[in-house]
Structures are given as C-alpha cells and as structure tokens.
Design a binder for this molecule. Sequence first.
Ligand code: C2E
Ligand code: CA
Ligand code: CA
Length: 391
Amino acid sequence: DHFKPINDDGGHGLGDAMLIKVSQAMAEVFRRGDHLARPGGDEFAVILDNCSLENGRKLAERLRAAIAQRRVVANDRAYAVTISLGMTEIRPGDHDRAEVIRRADDASYRAKREGRNRLEFFSESMSSEVTRQLDLENQLRRALKENQFRLFYQPLVNAERDIVGAETLIRWEHPEQGMVPPADFLDVLESSGQIVEVGNWVIETAFKQLLQWIEQGLWDSNFKLCINISPRQFHDRQFAEKINTQLQRIKVPHESIIMEVTEHNIIHNIDDAILRMRELIRYGISFSLDDFGTGYSSLSHLKNLPVSHIKIDRSFVKDICDDPGDQAMIASILALSRHLGLEVVAEGVEGVEQFEMLKRYDCQYYQGYYFSKPLSDRDMTCYLRAADPAA
Ligand code: C2E
Ligand code: CA
Ligand code: CA
C-alpha cells in the first residue's frame, strides 16, 4: 500500500527494505510447493497448490496480519507496511492464465479502493464492473474515430485582467449523454493506453487552432497556449518525436506552447522526466508544473526541474480568504517562485475577493470562472475578438 510515494519520499533504500520484509513474511507463511513471484515493482503473486478457498483465506489473513505488525526502520523513522490482497480460485477449465491473474488483480484493486490493508475475493459482480470499463474503452475508441472529442479553452489573464493565453481542456461530446467532462473518462484512457493517441489528437487540434487564431490576427505573439500532458503520454518513448512531427506540419511559434505536467507525472522517474523536458525545451517549448502543492513534497523537487511556470492548485485558492494556512502556503509558493525565477498561475479563481488577495501576494497570472469558464473554440474566438483592442 502506498508504496510509490513511500519509495519516492524515503528513498530506494526504504523501498527495498519494505519489499524484503514483505517477501520474508511470505516465505514464513506459505509452504514449500507454493509459487511466489513478484511480477511488478510493488506487486507480488502467489499460487497456492491444492488449497481450498477457506485455507487460502486463512493464509492470506495470516500474511496480512504478519506484515501489518512489522515496522521498517529507515532515516530514523519506523514505517508501517500494509498490503492489500486479492484472491481468486483457479477452477477446472481455467485455461487462460491472463484471465486468472486479472481476476486476482481486480480483487486486489477493490481491496485498495475499500481502504487498503485488507483481503478481497473476486466476485462475478466485479466482473461486471470490468465489463463496464471495457465497454467504455470501446466507446472511447469509437469517439476518437468518429471525432466526438472537443477541445475547450479557458482564458489566462494577468493582474490587469488582460488575456495572456489559454489552457486547452478536453471534452467528449457523447451522442446521447451530451458534453462529458474529462473526469469521467481520462482514467480509462490512461489505463488502457488510449491517452497516447487521444493526447496526440489534442496536440494536433490545439496547434491547428492556435495557427488559425494567429492567421486571424487574434493571437498576440506573447500569448501562451497551455496543453495538459498525461503521465502515459509524457513517458511514451516517441513523445518528443511526435511533438516535433506536429511542429513540422503545423507551423506554430514554438515559444507559444506550454506543456502542463503534474508532479505525479514526473516524480516516479525524475531523471528521465528532466531529459524529456530538456529535449522539448530545445525546440522552444516550455513547461508548467500543474496542480502544484498537492500530494508530494513539492518544494525540494522544484529547483531541479526545468519548468518555467507553476500552477497553484485550486484547493489552495478556494479557501484563501478564510484559511490562514492556505494564505501562508500561497505566500511562500510565490516568494519561492520569485526566487527561482518562475512565473505563477493561480487556478480556480472564482471571486473578486480571491483575485484581490492573490494580487496582494503578487501572483502574476490567473485562471478561473471569475474571468471565464472554459469556452468552445467558437466562443473562445469571440472572446479573443472582444479582447483585441484593434478589432
Ligand atoms: P486541470 O489541468 O487542473 O484543469 C483545470 C480544471 O479546473 C478544469 O476542469 C477547469 O474546467 C476547472 N476550472 C477552471 N476554473 C475553475 C474555477 O474557477 N472553479 C472550479 N471549481 N473549477 C475550475 P476540467 O476541464 O473538468 O478538467 C479536469 C482535468 O482533466 C484537468 O485538470 C486536467 O488534469 C485533465 N485534462 C483536461 N483536458 C486534458 C487533456 O487534453 N489531456 C490530459 N491529459 N488531461 C486533461
Ligand atoms: Ca492543467
Ligand atoms: Ca490544475
């Protein structure tokens, strides 16, 4: 449970110690003749031969309890280790190994969702959840082919409320359900890997739109277009190459492009991420660290990352007027950013009070419903036209 953040925060020494503890406990609980494996970084698999479901449950519970009692000591701290277990029965006629592993996997996934440090059995109703996911995957595949995705644009403004750019946000115009927000389908795109193709569509569409605004005289050369890049997309081996191909085909000024990545996106392999970013920075593209302040120990990474912007997560902006903690947080993010030469965007600005407060702390850029909701391409064109004093 929570292995990745522990591994990242505590260093690989701590991660290794935890993995060793878990495997030692497994060796104690299971018998000769059982098959133990570690198919992934933080995943273990066991096949219990000739074992009833009830006995399997007892063994799994014993393992869970044994591990939960242990502490791993590292960096002068004792860390608790817990595991989430999923179990399925191998039945006569189960010839598809991948299918058996999938059932166990689905069950362990549910154990995590139900609060971790527990055991779950695979059940057929879970399999209907899996069917639903597969169904969604198929629908999304069709959505791409039938051109049902839309890009919306949310303006970015400065302290004078002048437009300085926009962020692109994907929507799915479902034939029956209408406009579906990304929260309802991004996870499936990501886990199925379809995000690589859809992300490429986003980039191509955004570049074409940008070019059109430039040709219409609506896009100032200083404006930035910010494009969200998902983890899977960013770590795709051909990512830089794909961007380069698009840049060759669609002649947008490279300096207008900012790619938004989250810390979560890069934290697991920071050196690789930095190399990737540098590759694109060489073309003139810049990076923004999205959802800043959520989840990880952000500040320590910041000075090593070749980002030029950070976006303060809207959870801090939300309560900035009432919560002194959030105020202090924003004040120190802004002070530190100034020190490091980074520009800051505050997202989720919904009211004038938040805007005034952020201005007092010298935030450079703002985004939120207070200025504008995300707009369709046509509405954004109108917005740009209205904002252009020459038009
Ligand atoms: P995000 O990058 O943090 O984007 C900002 C989200 O906040 C957007 O939600 C936007 O509509 C919403 N928002 C903007 N101003 C306000 C405000 O004042 N108040 C509140 N409550 N919300 C505001 P949206 O469009 O639903 O997108 C959700 C997330 O989906 C995005 O979060 C981003 O992580 C992801 N996403 C969107 N488009 C893409 C895409 O093309 N590719 C990838 N990989 N991810 C995307
Ligand atoms: Ca974003
Ligand atoms: Ca964000």
